[in-house]
Ligand binder design. Sequence first.
Ligand code: NAP
Length: 306
Amino acid sequence: MRILVCLTDNRPEPWITALQEALPGAEIEQWRPGAMAADHAVVWMPPQALLDEQPQLQCVFNIGAGVDALMRLSISPQTRIVRLDDAGMSVQMAEYVCHALLRHFREFDVYEEEACNGRWVYRKPRERSQFPVGIMGLGVLGQRVARAVSQFEFPVLGWSRSPKRLEGVQSFAGESQFHEFLAASRILVNLLPLTDETRGILRRETLLHLRPGGYLIHVGRGAHLVEEDLVPLIDEGHLAGATLDVFREEPLRAGHPFWSHPKIVVTPHASARTLRRETVAQIASKIHALGRGEIPSGTVDRLRGY
Ligand SMILES: NC(=O)c1ccc[n+]([C@@H]2O[C@H](COP(=O)([O-])OP(=O)(O)OC[C@H]3O[C@@H](n4cnc5c(N)ncnc54)[C@H](OP(=O)(O)O)[C@@H]3O)[C@@H](O)[C@H]2O)c1
């Protein structure tokens, strides 16, 4: 078996070593123009040239959960696109969302400011039932986040393409229930994949449906949010603030208004990082599944785009 590795923004050597340990019989090398014809490729944001040169690939394994960058490329219809499912990401995402949610709900940001000024001031407890948490996307990550948030006894709502039955989660599905879902949510967590249907879904018109004093936790993809619409909604008081991990352009440029806005928290696309050990183990087990003639989990439906 031959495997090519092509990882933009990642050093390939440790990945090649780890893959070699997990798949001892495989021939594994970094992709360069003119590389060997391979059975599989392990990629992150590869160039079109790789796909053009390797139309025989059985599988392209994406080392992230979102495949939007791959879906922009032209990939042979016989090549299967397989994304990462979980591999240690969902617990990180649950930590991130719960941190942002609790920081806002318990007003820890205000306490931090008071402490800086040496002030001992209590905040009035807030009513949890008044902070329903709406999660857009109830897939691998959204479901884990829903479970974590419900542990803190917030009302939890979820919106997905197809209806779900999840304990403690009120399920909304499809476009027809989108506004109803938003109107019932105060904290909005975005965990959708980026597709033609979801691009720009977080915009003035949709965010205005949230309960007053809404709060956005945006961890999907930058292009879900119409960035120009966010600051006016906060400054007008309709939204209380936002925690943003993903941006239209990354890294977020110096001087972007999000950096300095007092009600916006910015993190550098760090909510759920790819973990090499877990990822390599998952890719190896998917390759074994293929060997048994099975369809590996995380196979992307190209028509849906995720
Ligand atoms: N910030 C970060 O560090 C980071 C890290 C990892 C992932 N992510 C982002 O998180 C996304 C979700 O990951 P995942 O593993 O949870 O994906 P997933 O398992 O594929 O789940 C996607 C969810 O979104 C729903 N959905 C898709 N299109 C929809 C639409 N048009 N309307 C309503 N619901 C729709 C799906 O509905 P169905 O269940 O009905 O199919 C599903 O519940 C990734 O695509 C990626 O962009 C970000």
